[in-house]
Each structure stands twice: as structure tokens, then as C-alpha cells.
Design a protein around this ligand. Structure first.
Ligand code: GDP
Ligand code: MG
Length: 439
């Protein structure tokens, strides 16, 4: 999707102004890119029309190139397409909040239960899980194990009790224990069928849930939007959770769900670990799709590990392209602490697509990088130019760190590349307001 859109920008780069004529080609690229990303045709049509309408007759804005204008329009339309605002989870005014999870088999419901409990616990809420998938004993064990992992009680009643009865008992138990949020797991099926829907309706009636969230696998593309629509018509859901957004998902699901079903995506799952659940922010998703990386969520993720001032300073530095080796080191170290180089790499501008092999390399490189930066003087760390200009300095760093001069040169080149990327990003964002602040 990203590369398809890049082709679109490049076609208007040299133009003075967006016109009906010169926008035809880029719009064709955008259309193709969206279709390839598995966005459904009616959605693509409406999208292309909306972008075209806005682009033509926009006129010249001082200091903004037409390709930047187009990026901005597409970004804002993508945000709108995905529901505009971030949709927060709703909590009950009194008594436990009940979150009922639904979805086909294997989409990640049981995993989401535990992830959600982990996520809510961090917000200071007490949670309980209810094992409502009674068809396989393994499903109950799985929830019990995951519950233990995130240190949250799991209510089970075996496989002989009806799901609605387990739900009722679980809720009662939660009330007794003054639990804030009860997350109820249910059984999926390979396909939508009547028994699943009837079962969900019954459970819903017993629980009167605050949230009914449909878990959909992001890999299913535009099918995801159809599923959300069907479940919504059948049982009435309050939103969706897009799981497995870490895989080869083409993003089509994230783009179509709201538009097709009218229900927002509230959360996304980005991996198998308990920490891999995040709120769904349409503006950040749009930023990611446009290949600008996700600086905002990158900075936020770093915040969890770094001191607040550190993160703000880093953000400022990223914006002013003054990123030096101290930041680089701080960054690499916090990345290591996060225990997940892979995810963060995906958020750095221009580094969107990485393979597992590249991730392993990155982890290995971390130690090498640290050794080299530690061998630099404080001055050299602040002014990478010193190393760029002086082979003697690079040689000394190489000797002190036990690495080759070539490795040092590469590292120096890398920091300048990062600065350029950040500057480019800033250039795009200076066209009009910052994308994240629009709407
Ligand atoms: P359920 O049948 O809907 O309850 O699905 P499960 O929770 O049992 O998950 C099915 C499989 O998908 C398991 O192997 C999970 O580890 C995996 N899984 C769940 N969520 C994610 C995710 O966000 N990313 C990845 N890569 N795998 C996931
Ligand atoms: Mg399950």
C-alpha cells in the first residue's frame, strides 16, 4: 500500500498546482494501492472521489508542494475513513463493566481476553476473566494459563455448563469480589452459524454487557468489514478489535471496518505477547500507511521506558533533526529494555518493512553500536560531524571499541541518514498543520 501511494506522490512532485488533469494518474495509483490492500471497491470509489474533489481547485499554498498537499489530503481522508476519532472503551457507571468478546475460531479471542485484562490492570482496574468457551477443555486451560500469566483471576465452570450460565455465575462472582471489569471469552466457530449467534445472544441477555467487541483477524482483509457488519446485525456489537496486525496484513481491514459496518475499531493486537494490545488511533494508522512511520506512537512507547522529559526532548530533537549519538544510544538502550526491537523498528520512519532475519541482525547490531558510541568522546557524541570529517577520530573509535573502521563509518552514515529522514518527515508535516493535530 505504501509503495503504491509513493508512486502517486511522485507523479505530482514537479507540478505547480493540483489540477483535474495532473491528478488523474496519481489517483489511479491510489485507487490501485487501496484495492491491492484489500479495501472493498465501494469504499475505494468513495475515497478516490473525496480526495479528488478536495485536491482540485485547492490552489497554491505558500511553501507547500502539490505532492505534500496530496499527502495531507489523503492522510486526512484515511483518518476520516477509519472513524476520525479514537474510540475509547466504555465503562459501566456502577457495578462491574462487562466486556463480551465474540468472533470466529482462531482469530485471537482468548489471547485478547488476557491482553485486555493486562491492559486494563495497567490503568488501575481490577479484572476477572470468564471462560465461556465450553466446547474444548483446552480452551479453558488456555485462558487459565494466560490469566495466571497476567495475574488475573479466571472464572471457570468446566465444559458441562451452558455458556450463559457460566457467564451468569462469573458475573455474580465478580460482583462479590468488587471487580471493576469482567471480560468474557466465548467459543468461536469456523464460520458464522446459527448456534454461535444464538449462544452469543443468550450470553448477551444474561450479562447486559457494556461492550460487545468482535475480534477480527486483520489478515482477512475486506472480509473483516463484512464480518463486523454481520455480527452487528445479528447481536449488536459496540466495536471491533483487530488482531494480528503484526503479520503480513495488508491493512485493508483497518481501512474498511468503520466505513462498511459503522462500528469503530477500538483496539488492535500486534503480536502474541500480553503487552501487544494497543488502542486504535486512526491518525496514527493513517501515518503508518502513508509510510511516514509512526513517530507519535514511537515517542509514546518510548515514554513508558524513558523519563517524561527525556521523551519530550527526544520529540523536539526528532522534529528539529538534531538527533545525536547520545539520543541514539538512549534510544537503542530503551529499545533493548522494551524487549522488542521489531515493533519499534516498524515505527521508525522509512523502516516500515522488516523481516525476522533483519530483526535478529538489529538485535546483534545493538551491542556493536553501543560499544562504538561508548568509545566516542562526549563532544563526538553531540556532534557527529566531528567523526564524519575526521578519519583519525573514526580510527580511534574503532580501536577503542574493538570494531572495524568500516563499522564506525557505517554508524556515522546511519545517524545522518536518520536526520535526513526526520527532516523529510518534517517537510511533509509542515504542509498545513501536523497531520496528528488535524480534524
Ligand atoms: P481464539 O480461537 O479466537 O480464542 O484464538 P486464540 O486466542 O486461541 O489465538 C489463536 C492463535 O493466534 C494463537 O496461536 C495466538 O497466539 C495467535 N494470536 C492471537 N493474537 C495474535 C496477534 O495479535 N498476533 C499474532 N501474531 N498472533 C496472535
Ligand atoms: Mg479461544
Amino acid at each position: 500500500l505504501t509503495s503504491g501511494l509513493e508512486a502517486a506522490w511522485s507523479k505530482v512532485k514537479g507540478e505547480e498546482l493540483l489540477t483535474k488533469e495532473n491528478i488523474v494518474e496519481p489517483m489511479r495509483d491510489i485507487r490501485r494501492a487501496l484495492l491491492e490492500a484489500d479495501v472493498s471497491l465501494p469504499v475505494v470509489r468513495r475515497f478516490v472521489q473525496a480526495v479528488t474533489d478536495q485536491a482540485v481547485g485547492l490552489g497554491v499554498i505558500r511553501g507547500v508542494r502539490p505532492d505534500q498537499q496530496l499527502v495531507k489530503i489523503v492522510h486526512d481522508e484515511l483518518v476520516k475513513l477509519m472513524g476520525g476519532e479514537f474510540s475509547e472503551l466504555v465503562f459501566a457507571k456502577s457495578g462491574p463493566t462487562v466486556i463480551l468478546l465474540a468472533g470466529l475460531q482462531g482469530v485471537g479471542k482468548t489471547t485478547v481476553c488476557a491482553k485486555l485484562a493486562n491492559y486494563l490492570k495497567k490503568q488501575g482496574k481490577s479484572c476477572m476473566l470468564v471462560a465461556g468457551d465450553v466446547y474444548r477443555p483446552a480452551a479453558i486451560d488456555q485462558l487459565a494459563i494466560l490469566g495466571k500469566q497476567v495475574d488475573v483471576p479466571v472464572y471457570t465452570a468446566g465444559t458441562d455448563v451452558k455458556p450463559s450460565e457460566i457467564a451468569r455465575q462469573g458475573l455474580e462472582e465478580a460482583k462479590k469480589k468488587n471487580i471493576d471489569v469482567v471480560v468474557v471469552d466465548t467459543a468461536g466457530r469456523l464460520q458464522i452459524n446459527k448456534s454461535m449467534m444464538d449462544e452469543l445472544k443468550e450470553v448477551k441477555q444474561v450479562l447486559n454487557p457494556t461492550e460487545i467487541l468482535l475480534v477480527v483477524d486483520a489478515m482477512t482483509g475486506q472480509e473483516a468489514a463484512a464480518l463486523v457488519t454481520t455480527f452487528n446485525l445479528e447481536i449488536g456489537i459496540t466495536g471491533a478489535i483487530l488482531s494480528k496486525l503484526d503479520g503480513d496484513s495488508r491493512g485493508g481491514a483497518a481501512l474498511s471496518v468503520k466505513e462498511v459496518s459503522g462500528k469503530p475499531i477500538k483496539l488492535v493486537g500486534r503480536g502474541e505477547r500480553m503487552e501487544d494490545l494497543e488502542p486504535f488511533y486512526p491518525d496514527r494508522m493513517a501515518g503508518r500507511i502513508l509510510g511516514m512511520g509512526d513517530v507519535l506512537s514511537f515517542v509514546e512507547k518510548s515514554k513508558e521506558v524513558m523519563q517524561q522529559e527525556d521523551a519530550e526532548e527526544l520529540q523536539k530533537k526528532i522534529m528539529s533533526a538534531k538527533f545525536d549519538f547520545n539520543d541514539f544510544l538512549k534510544q537503542t538502550r530503551s529499545v533493548a529494555r522494551m524487549g522488542s526491537v521489531s515493533r519499534v523498528i516498524g515505527m521508525i520512519p522509512g523502516m516500515a518493512k522488516v523481516t525476522p532475519a533483519q530483526i535478529r541482525d538489529a538485535e546483534k547490531n545493538l551491542q556493536i553500536t553501543e560499544a562504538m558510541i561508548e568509545a566516542m568522546t562526549p563532544e563526538e557524541r553531540e556532534k557527529p560531524e566531528l567523526l564524519a570529517e575526521s578519519p583519525e577520530r573514526r580510527k580511534r573509535v574503532a580501536q577503542d571499541s574493538g570494531k572495524t573502521e568500516q563499522q564506525v563509518s557505517q554508524l556515522v552514515a546511519q545517524i545522518f541518514q536518520m536526520r535526513v529522514r526526520m527532516k523529510n518527515l518534517l517537510g511533509v508535516m509542515e504542509g498545513g498543520s501536523m497531520p496528528a493535530l488535524s480534524n
